[in-house]
Design a protein around this ligand. Sequence first.
Ligand code: GLC
Length: 406
Amino acid sequence: MKIVFLSPSAQLGGAEAVLIDLIASIKAAQPGWQLHVILSEDGPLVARATAIGVATTIINFPESLARLGDSALIDNDNNNRFSLLRRTVFATPAASAYVARLKKTLHDLKPDLIHTNGFKMHLLGAIARPRAVPLVWHIHDYLQPRQVMSSLMKLTRGRCAAIIVNSNSVGQDVKQAIGNGLPLQTVHNGINTRVFTPQGERLDLDSLAGLSAAPTGTIRVGLPATLAHWKGHKIFLQALALIDPDLPWRGYIIGDALYQTNGSQTSIAELREEAARLGISERIGLTGFTTQPAAALRSLDIVVHASTQPEPFGLVIVEAMSCGRAVIVSAAGGVEEVIERNINALAYEPGNANQLAERITQLAGDAQLRARLGSAGRLTATRRFDRQRLAAELVPLYRSLVSAHV
Ligand code: GLC
């Protein structure tokens, strides 16, 4: 079996981390299979793929495709915009040249199956797929808010053989967005639970963020996320500003703007200003991107998830649980399939800074509760979210699609 994976990003966001774990899981289960990744840019994903022994080919997106993102695809609910988009972006000479190169590369690689891992590649894969090669769309995000993308995927869905979604919640959304016609399977994400462990190296978050060393006994509360607006960094800062200043806490924002798309992300500078406006600058550390997510999570006492929109899955929640950390989640969307309230996580209503502040205060003052949530979380991660499960679920699907296409 030869599978070619198409990724529209080479950064290490959640969807890309899952792609690596998925490939590693398949490689371990099926050492004879040939796996190849085509990426739209150079970036850290290339080294990660190489490290697990997988060949990569970079076919750089033209600028127009690289910059096209959520901001252009959300809130466009009229057909004029849609046809404009098709004409200006997907029908430009640069995009046609891209499709031609992708077609040629796929033709030369001769895959038995193509697996695409992001919206732009779902479309490009559908257009460039060689005849008789089944295409699997692995959908990591909600489709309905992206009206233009929904229309484009509806138009091309006849060229897709099956859809994988990262949660039942995303599955419902995809069915509503593009119809019921295609086989659809939920494959909850998996992580390497031997890397995300409770014990191990920790980062010095204070020095990374340029803060003086925190006094012993400081409770470290962190939000690890890309800087997309909907990840709720401002809610997190507002919640911290509501916490009793006499409690020994520090807040950390771990992550940076990762993707090339326009208008969808905040910046470290903007968050610094917000912290200053709230009068909590000296207690907030902004570390930037880290290549050591497990060590970063282990440095925290409390891990906060603050998405203001329903989270499709929430990989960082499972990573934090696997590191035995106490987690507070903004409970909506796929997150509900991961957590058991008050057993392996505390939950609050998305966007509610007051409730988040209450949960942080409760956990900051209760080491036993933190420990109890942490061990329950570790158990959840190892039992339900180890990456080994990915191959067990995907290999039969790939096999049945390939034999159906012969
Ligand atoms: C996307 C989703 C996130 C999910 C990740 C991996 O980034 O927004 O919720 O955890 O993909 O599936």
